[in-house]
Ligand binder design. Structure first.
Ligand code: SF4
Length: 245
């Protein structure tokens, strides 16, 4: 296992870089230990395109919860064809999903926040950890304007990896981009994108757990909508666990 030494000066440098330079930096210094983990939302498509335009053949990894929208599965194939890449899919351990469903039912996430987090843990967090074991540099599509909880997102930070003593450089190249910038880029470059955005979705995850939003709502208000009252409008803890901590 390789592990990174935490370097505050490097962080300072990275936090000043623009998105495209950040995406080429990982390949330059960490080769195939750098990768984009994406759920194929708007920012994922932009990151892949920016990396390709920077001359990088990026590793692209995705978490398959087995509950994604058909539109998302179609988009993954479209992106693979367009860029000539093979997306690396990480899914939950089938036995663990079976056990969870047997114990709590297929729709346990409706029951309580704790059950939603448990489902996300099995279907998302654990496969994400498997993906992270293969990386030193983790590119993510987090942006500051996604929600209150993400407004301080740095472009670069060190996070604890899933392996004992593993440090990972987590880079959010589009952290300071606005929704408008992202969509201008998508349209100007004729990028493929998830059709659900044309149906009112602003944040796309699993089927049932992500829904369209109304004008003026927080971008993540459509996630686990049945918990919105409890969370005072959905601006609070609307995370699945992958980006906590
Ligand atoms: S988003 Fe919903 S279905 Fe997907 S892993 Fe989380 S709770 Fe389970």
């Amino acid at each position: 296992m390789t592990t990174l030494t935490q370097d505050p000066q490097l962080l300072e440098t990275l936090n000043k870089m623009d998105a495209q330079r950040l995406l080429s930096w990982g390949a330059e210094y960490h080769g195939k230990r750098a990768g984009i983990i994406t759920s194929f939302q708007d920012t994922g498509c932009v990151m892949i395109d920016l990396a390709k335009k920077a001359g990088v053949d990026p590793r692209v990894l995705t978490i398959d919860t087995y509950r994604l929208h058909p539109e998302t599965y179609r988009l993954i194939e479209e992106v693979e064809k367009r860029y000539g890449i093979e997306v690396e899919r990480f899914g939950a351990t089938p036995e663990k999903v079976e056990e969870m469903v047997k114990d709590y039912g297929e729709y346990l996430f409706f029951d309580s926040k704790r059950m939603q987090e448990y489902c996300c843990h099995i279907r998302k967090v654990e496969p994400n950890e498997e993906a992270l074991k293969t990386l030193d540099v983790w590119y993510t599509g987090l942006r500051r304007d996604h929600s209150e909880g993400r407004k301080e997102t740095p472009k670069a930070s060190y996070v604890q990896g899933p392996k004992m003593g593993q440090h990972i450089l987590k880079i959010a190249p589009l952290a300071d981009w606005t929704t408008e910038q992202v969509w201008d880029y998508i349209k100007e470059n004729d990028l493929p994108y998830n059709d659900l955005y044309d149906q009112g979705y602003a944040s796309i995850g699993c089927i049932i757990c992500s829904t369209p939003i109304r004008p003026g709502e927080d971008k993540r208000a459509g996630r686990w909508r049945w918990f919105n009252d409890e969370n005072q409008g959905g601006g609070g803890d609307k995370e699945c666990g992958i980006h906590k901590g």
